[in-house]
Design a protein around this ligand. Structure first.
Ligand SMILES: Nc1ncnc2c1ncn2[C@@H]1O[C@H](COP(=O)(O)OP(=O)(O)OP(=O)(O)O)[C@@H](O)[C@H]1O
Ligand SMILES: [Mg+2]
Length: 479
C-alpha cells in the first residue's frame, strides 16, 4: 500500500549525519595518529616507512569515505520513519485524517517498535477523530435544544464567570449570541437577587428556586421570573464546578393573576353599590309601611327597580363578555344595518341630541344581536357623555372592496390621550364618580371590543379634549 506521508525531517537528518561524521572523524584521527607515531618509533628503512605511511593514509581515507556513505544510509533509515511519525503527530494536532491502513512495514532490521509506535499513533488518531466528531455532534444537538427552549438559560463557573447562555437569554438581556471571554455574571445581570441565588446554589450544593424581578433590555418595567438554579458537579468526585439557572418568565401569569384579583374586586364593588341602594330603600319602605307612611314608597320602589335593572345589565354584560372570551360561536347572517340602527335608536332614546345617520350600504355579514349590542353601547355612551343638544353621527361606511366600518362620532367633551389606551379595559372609566352617577360600570366599551374582535375586526378611537370623539369599528368582509 502506498504511504502518503512525505515529510522528510532534513534538520534531524543533518544532525544525525554530522554526529556520525564527527565521531568517525575523531576515531580515524586517533587511529591515524596512533599508527603514525608507532611507525616513527620503528627501525624500518625510511623508504619502507614512507610506503607504509602512504598505504595507511590511503586505507584510512578510503575507510573514512566508506563510513560517511554508511552514516548517510543509516541516518536516512533512521529519520524516514521518524519523519512519518512527526507528520502524523502534526496531523493529529490539526485533527486531520490519519491513514486508516496499517503502517508500511519497515525494511531491513529496523526495530519493530517503530511499527508498533506508528500503529498506536494511527489508533490514537482514529479514536480522537471519532471522539471529536461525537463531541461536536453532541455540542450541536445541545445547542439546538438550548435554542429551542423558550426559557433563558445561564451557566456560570464556581467563580461566577459566565460559561454559557442560550439565545433566549441573549435576546432577553441584550447580549451577543455567544458569551465573550470570561465575563462575570454581574456584568450581564445587575441584580443582587440573582447573584445571591447563584451563590446559594454554588455554596449550599442544592438546587435553589425563587421568584425574582429583572429589568430586561428595552423594557422599562421589570419582568418577573421564576429562577431555578442547580449546581453542576464533576462526574468523578462530585465537586461543584459551576451552576446552571433557568429563567422562567412568569410576567404574564402574574399579570393574569393581578387582572383576576382586580376583576373580582371590581365585580364585587359594582354589585355592592346597587345592592346597598336596593337594601337601604327596601328597609326604608318596609319601616314606612309599618308606620303607615306610604307617600314615598312609589318613588323609593322606582329607585329599587332602577338599581335592580342596573344589576341585571351588569350581570348580562359580564356573561356576554365571558361567553365571547370562552369562544362561544357567533351566529353569522346577513344583517340589515338600517333595521338594526332604527331598533337601537328606539332603545337609547336620543331625543335630546341631534342624531345624523348615513348608510353607504344596506347589508353586511355579522351576528345581528352582537352588532346591535355594539351600536347600542356606543350610542348609550354618546347620549350619556355628550351634552344635550349636541350632534351624534352614525355612519355605516364601506372599507376597501370587502370590509365595512361603523363610525359613531360626537362633538362632546372628548377623551384625554392618557385614558384612550385603557378605555377598552373592563371597568375602566375616565371619571369614575361621574360615570357611576350616570349608571356606568365601565363594561360597555370592553364588550364592544370583544364583539368586534370576534367578528375578525378591530376598534379605533379618535378623540381630542373639547373636540369630540369618534369610535370606528372595522369589520372584514365575508370570508
Ligand atoms: N362618547 C364619549 N365621550 C366621552 N367619554 C366617553 C364616551 N364614550 C365613553 N366615554 C368614557 O369612557 C368610559 C368607558 O365607557 P364604557 O362604555 O366602557 O363604560 P360606561 O359607559 O362607564 O359603563 P357601561 O357602558 O358599562 O354602562 C366612560 O366611563 C366614559 O368616561
Ligand atoms: Mg358605556
Amino acid at each position: 500500500m502506498k504511504n502518503s506521508v512525505h515529510y522528510f525531517p532534513t534538520r534531524l537528518f543533518r544532525w544525525f549525519l554530522s554526529q556520525q561524521i564527527l565521531a568517525s572523524a575523531l576515531f580515524f584521527v586517533v587511529l591515524c595518529g596512533g599508527l603514525l607515531l608507532w611507525l616513527e618509533a620503528t627501525t624500518l628503512e625510511p623508504e619502507v616507512r614512507r610506503m607504509i605511511r602512504h598505504a595507511v593514509l590511503v586505507t584510512l581515507a578510503i575507510s573514512f569515505g566508506g563510513m560517511i556513505v554508511i552514516s548517510l544510509a543509516m541516518a536516512r533509515r533512521l529519520v524516514v520513519p521518524l519523519g512519518r511519525l512527526i507528520e502524523k503527530t502534526r496531523r493529529l494536532r490539526e485533527f486531520q485524517k490519519l491513514e486508516e491502513h496499517e503502517p508500511e512495514a519497515l525494511t531491513f532490521d529496523e526495530p519493530g517498535e517503530w511499527y508498533e509506535l506508528e500503529r498506536a499513533l494511527n489508533r490514537l488518531g482514529r479514536d480522537l477523530r471519532q471522539k471529536t466528531i461525537r463531541l461536536s455532534r453532541e455540542k450541536t444537538e445541545l445547542r439546538a435544544i438550548m435554542s429551542a427552549v423558550n426559557e433563558a438559560v445561564l451557566a456560570v463557573n464556581s467563580e461566577k464567570r459566565v460559561m454559557f447562555y442560550n439565545p433566549q437569554f441573549a435576546y432577553l438581556f441584550n447580549q451577543q449570541s455567544a458569551p465573550k471571554g470570561e465575563i462575570h455574571i454581574t456584568e450581564l445581570l445587575r441584580s443582587p437577587e440573582v447573584l445571591q441565588i447563584y451563590e446559594t446554589a454554588l455554596q449550599g450544593g442544592d438546587p435553589v428556586r425563587r421568584e425574582v424581578q429583572i429589568t430586561v433590555s428595552d423594557e422599562r418595567q421589570a419582568r418577573h421570573f421564576q429562577l431555578s438554579v442547580a449546581p453542576l458537579r464533576k462526574k468523578h468526585n462530585q465537586e461543584i464546578y459551576g451552576a446552571a439557572g433557568i429563567f422562567y418568565d412568569i410576567t404574564e401569569l402574574k399579570k393574569a393573576e393581578r387582572i383576576r384579583i382586580e376583576f373580582v374586586a371590581n365585580v364585587s364593588h359594582e354589585l355592592r353599590t346597587p345592592l346597598t341602594a336596593i337594601n337601604g330603600y327596601l328597609q326604608t319602605v318596609m319601616s314606612d309601611f309599618e308606620k303607615g307612611h306610604t307617600e314615598q314608597a312609589g318613588e323609593f320602589l322606582k329607585i329599587v327597580a332602577g338599581n335592580a335593572t342596573r344589576l341585571k345589565h351588569l350581570v348580562e354584560d359580564l356573561l356576554d363578555i365571558s361567553a365571547l372570551e370562552s369562544g362561544k360561536e357567533l351566529s353569522m347572517e346577513r344583517v340589515n344595518v338600517q333595521d338594526l340602527t332604527e331598533a337601537v335608536i328606539r332603545q337609547v332614546r336620543a331625543n335630546s341630541h341631534k342624531v345624523h345617520i348615513f348608510y353607504d350600504f344596506q347589508e353586511m355579514w355579522g351576528d345581528p344581536k352582537r352588532l346591535e349590542q355594539v351600536l347600542r353601547n356606543l350610542m348609550e355612551n354618546a347620549v350619556r357623555y355628550v351634552p344635550e343638544g349636541r350632534n351624534i353621527e352614525i355612519r355605516w361606511a364601506r372599507k376597501g372592496d370587502e370590509g365595512f366600518e361603523l363610525h359613531v362620532k360626537d362633538d362632546g367633551p372628548g377623551i384625554a390621550p392618557e385614558h384612550q389606551a385603557r378605555l377598552f379595559e373592563r371597568f375602566y372609566r375616565v371619571d369614575e364618580a361621574r360615570s357611576r352617577a350616570t349608571g356606568g360600570t365601565g363594561i360597555g366599551l370592553s364588550l364592544v371590543k370583544h364583539i368586534v374582535q370576534r367578528h375578525g375586526g378591530q376598534v379605533h378611537l379618535h378623540s381630542e379634549i373639547g373636540r369630540g370623539s369618534e369610535f370606528i369599528c372595522e369589520f372584514p368582509g365575508q370570508s
